[in-house]
Design a protein around this ligand. Structure first.
Ligand code: SF4
Length: 235
């Protein structure tokens, strides 16, 4: 039976709805094993580079940094601004992002003795505050670093999440506030790093493969029984 989550009365209903969505996505797509990085430092650099650009472009930039053997705090700090910009050019906004990378590495060196694990040892709230105080790090980047780098339970919201949740009737608009969507999930699911890790990755996978922006592929979609968008005949 199709449901309208906005009309569900109790938080038990919302919780069950979210678990159903998660389970259906997990059964259909399988575990996504995010984040695709060899080290935690690479993960953090990838998250900073990923702003406003596709993951394929980020991969090319990371590959350039590895090839130049500078994918480390000292490597980045000792590389000239021009050279660093050139290497990360595939990730777009390269002058600005080169500056951000250097600022972040300087911050790690100055405040945490170049030890990422010391930063990650902070509790979630302090870690989030510290990350958000860095220029150019917004909610999505900070939360990605907390979830996939520090491996602490926080739900990451992005434009895919907003699209899917809107189509499922979980939010009233794709312009819903980041923290409202995050709270909706975190107040209704167990605070479990594995679930949040897979849930975000599965939402991205589903939206890239099926629930596309212009023409969602609704036929045989694993979420069709829960989808307001489909039941309203908007596909
Ligand atoms: S049924 Fe269509 S609109 Fe709904 S979640 Fe699936 S692909 Fe997206």
């Amino acid at each position: 039976m199709k449901q309208d989550i906005t009309k569900l009365a109790s938080s038990n209903d919302i919780s069950q709805f979210l678990y159903n969505i998660y389970n259906k996505l997990y059964e259909f797509w399988g575990p996504q094993h995010w984040w695709p990085a060899e080290t935690k430092f690479e993960m953090v650099i990838g998250a900073i580079l990923a702003q406003n650009i596709s993951w394929n472009s980020v991969e090319k930039a990371i590959c350039n940094l590895k090839r130049a053997n500078i994918l480390s705090i000292e490597g980045i700090l000792q590389t000239s601004d021009e050279k660093l910009s050139e290497l990360i050019k595939p990730a777009g906004y390269y002058n600005q992002k080169a500056k951000r990378l250097k600022e972040f590495c300087n911050f790690l060196k100055r405040e945490f003795n170049s030890d990422l694990e010391k930063l990650f040892a902070l509790d979630i709230s302090s870690l989030r505050q510290v990350l958000l105080s860095q220029k150019g790090i917004g909610f999505e980047t900070a939360d990605s670093i907390i979830l996939y780098g520090a491996e602490k339970p926080i739900f990451v919201v992005d434009s895919y999440t907003k699209r899917l949740f809107y189509r499922l009737g979980l939010i009233e608009s794709e312009k819903a506030k980041y923290e409202d969507i995050q709270n909706l999930v975190m107040q209704n699911l167990e605070l479990d790093t594995y679930i949040f890790n897979e849930f975000h990755a599965l939402i991205v996978k589903h939206c890239k493969e099926r629930c596309k922006s212009k023409k969602p592929m609704c036929k045989n979609c694993c979420l069709s029984a829960f989808c307001i968008y489909l039941s309203h005949g908007q596909n």
